[in-house]
Ligand binder design. Structure first.
Ligand code: 6R9
Length: 649
């Protein structure tokens, strides 16, 4: 299975935007003449002033600077909405599928989208929000989330979406991190038949923020909320009153469009900054080419707008292309494991884009929930977020795609703005588990982890880096350019370092092997082990904690915590539950520890560094190959940990 390749059908290849020959020709030009290539591709979007300078990039640590289209001006919302009005004003821009299958889906035309974005932009202006101001969005998967992103873009404000599953603390940190003027939230977020009290979470978060931060509240459920007259605004009512026209601000290509916080290997999450021109061009081209999107098709990405995938591939990419994009409020298994497929049938979805963790969870429910729906509208399947195992790939291909839909395994990151490695559906034979080929303009290299030397041989493995920029690349860390340089450009000089390991096979195709730093990937969500550790040690009974990932059947990786308790505290199962709840409250449900092991001591070097390599091996139940333990201060600690490991195979 691993060695099998799946070529696209002739029928698909002949109608695709890009076939094998065209890919080869375009890719070659994109690296030989990036200026010419991207000057042409910039024509995908409308500029108020067309750029004459295309690319100005420096990857040298100490002077990293990335600029694309720097003298061009545009408005991102105009590109995603207004410019489609003449040709497709009545076409559906967004199909919204609510959590409850019995509730009615909404079809929002480009004209209605324009009206709503303008209304919301006017409300924001009334609240004193202008160009460069930050607005935090903490919303369910409802059309208002897209309106809010585009409303910010319309007036040149910078949005920072915070996933609705994050805790009040995490929300508060992010509001403060970018000194937001306004938070947009909703009363409640229905999901999988349950409700999250977003407004009440926001109230808690705002206790730790500047008093001047305003709170705009969308009515989603009409549920009871506490109301603070001088701070809260009923956004649904204010929009109904607001004008349906709002001038679109002229912004520079390099003005920030959004900040999105993401986990790294150390400390606090980083505010990844994406700018306007390059990001939009890159989101648009990758959406069209990777998914082979054609006019009139219904495209569905199941991500949440709280993640970068939702930004680039629910909102900006598809809408820039005048597509019909589906937004789903619910979860794959509610009310039953057939929900995804029922929605595909109901809305005649052509492109379906999801995460391996969802595929694995549904695979566990068998074929019946899939077979109950007519999936003949599907043309292209996609995955993102983590490596996909060959079994899940095969199930996706055969059971969901009926063996006729190419699977695009798209490798990219919050930092990269859009796809970096992916097969193209009409151009490449796919291989189960391989992210395959670089997208246009992307130049991957495999480096020796220790020496940083670029490996020339085709068949090899090492760490994955990139030797030149592409327009969708992040530009800086909000408020901390030094951290940006140190995180991505310090370890391997002259390259952008991804943090991932990879293998290149004899055909030159790329396979991602996972993170090589202290970032774990739980159900496709990135988490810094340091974040979970600092939540644990914030608990009064915890003296020290070390967190690592371990293989998990559905989540890909689970969270394994080694916890040393304060002197005199008795370990118990109740305390384990207490700590799980604690972390859940501190960060959010996605960070809840799966396994906790009481560790009277942690393996440390004599200089006091925790040896995570060893903890990882124990958590993986692979303690036969612990490697060199001679530098440990107290080797006995390891035997004790192995004795009491939680993850016995
Ligand atoms: C888009 C997104 C980025 C990390 C990345 C890598 C992993 C993403 C992948 C993949 C293997 C794929 N990753 N796509 N690994 N194959 N197709 O997921 O962004 O949340 O920032 O995560 O996810 O480890 O470095 P983000």
């Amino acid at each position: 299975m691993k060695d099998t390749v799946f070529p696209p059908s002739d029928a698909l290849a002949s109608k695709a935007h890009v076939d094998a020959d065209r890919y080869a020709e375009m890719y070659q030009r994109s690296v030989d003449d990036p200026e010419g290539f991207w000057r042409d591709e910039a024509g995908r979007i409308d500029w108020k002033k067309a750029p004459t300078k295309i690319k100005d990039v420096n990857f040298q640590h100490g002077s990293v600077s990335i600029k694309w289209f720097e003298d061009g001006t545009l408005n991102v919302a105009e590109n995603c909405v207004d410019r489609h009005l003449e040709t497709r004003g009545d076409q559906t821009a967004i199909i919204w599928e609510p959590d409850e299958p019995g509730d009615e889906a909404k079809h929002i035309s480009y004209r209605e989208l324009h009206e709503n974005v303008c209304r919301m932009a006017n409300v924001l202006r009334d609240q004193g929000v202008g160009k460069g101001d930050r607005v935090v969005l903490y919303l369910p998967m409802i059309p208002e989330a897209a309106y809010a992103m585009l409303a910010c873009a319309r007036i040149g404000a910078i949005h920072s979406v915070v996933f609705a599953g994050f805790s009040p603390d995490a929300l508060g940190q992010r509001i403060n991190g970018c000194s937001a003027k306004v938070v947009i939230t909703a009363d409640e977020a229905p999901r999988g038949g349950r409700k999250t009290a977003l407004k009440s979470n926001t109230d808690k978060a705002l206790l730790h923020c500047d008093d001047r931060v305003k709170c705009l509240v969308v009515k989603r459920t009409g549920g009871q909320t506490t109301w603070y007259e001088d701070r809260d605004v009923d956004l649904t009512a204010a929009m109904a009153e607001a004008d349906t026209d709002c001038p679109a601000a002229e912004v520079n290509a390099e003005d920030p469009l959004f900040i999105l916080y993401t986990s790294g290997s150390t400390g606090q999450p980083k505010g990844v900054v994406h700018t306007s021109g390059g990001y939009l061009v890159y989101a648009a081209i990758t959406h069209q080419i990777t998914f082979d999107y054609h006019d009139g098709e219904v495209y569905w990405c199941t991500a949440d707008v709280g993640w970068v995938t939702g930004h680039s591939y629910i909102v900006y990419g598809p809408l820039a292309n005048g597509a019909t994009t589906l937004m789903f409020e619910g979860v794959p298994t509610y009310p039953d494991a057939g929900r995804f497929w029922q929605v595909c049938e109901k809305h005649k979805v052509a492109q379906f884009y999801t995460a391996p963790t969802a595929i694995r969870a549904l695979m566990g429910q068998g074929e019946d929930p899939v077979k109950g729906s007519d999936l003949s509208s599907l043309r292209i399947l996609g995955t993102v977020g983590e490596p996909i195992n060959p079994e899940a790939w095969a199930w996706y291909n055969e059971v969901v795609g009926d063996g006729r839909c190419p699977i695009v395994d798209t490798y990219w990151q919050t930092e990269t703005g859009g796809h970096l490695l992916t097969p193209l559906p009409g151009a490449h034979a796919t291989k189960p588990g391989a992210a395959m080929k670089p997208f246009f303009g992307v130049q991957p290299v495999v480096l020796e982890a220790e020496s940083g030397k670029e490996i020339e041989e085709t068949e090899t493995s090492g760490v994955l880096a990139f030797k030149d920029s592409w327009p969708g690349q992040m530009r800086t860390v909000w408020g901390d350019h030094e951290r940006f340089e140190n995180t991505y450009f310090q370890q391997y000089k002259g390259y952008y370092f991804s943090g991932d390991g990879c293998r290149r096979d004899a055909d030159g195709d790329y396979w991602i092997t996972g993170r090589v730093d202290d970032v774990i990937n739980v159900s496709g969500h990135r988490m810094g082990t340091a974040e979970v550790e600092s939540a644990l040690v914030a608990h009064e009974k915890v003296a020290e904690a070390a967190v690592v990932g371990y293989p998990h059947d559905v989540k890909g990786q689970g969270i394994y915590c080694y916890v040393t308790l304060m002197n005199g505290v008795e370990p118990s199962d109740d305390l384990k539950k207490e700590l799980q709840t604690w972390v859940r409250q501190e960060i959010g449900p996605i960070a809840k520890p799966d396994l906790i092991q009481w560790a009277p001591g942690l393996p440390k070097t004599r200089s006091g560094k925790i040896m995570r390599r060893i903890l990882r091996k124990i958590a993986e139940d692979d303690y036969g190959s612990l490697g060199d333990t001679s530098t440990l201060a107290d080797p006995q600690v390891v035997d004790d940990l192995i004795e009491n490991r939680q993850n016995r195979g």
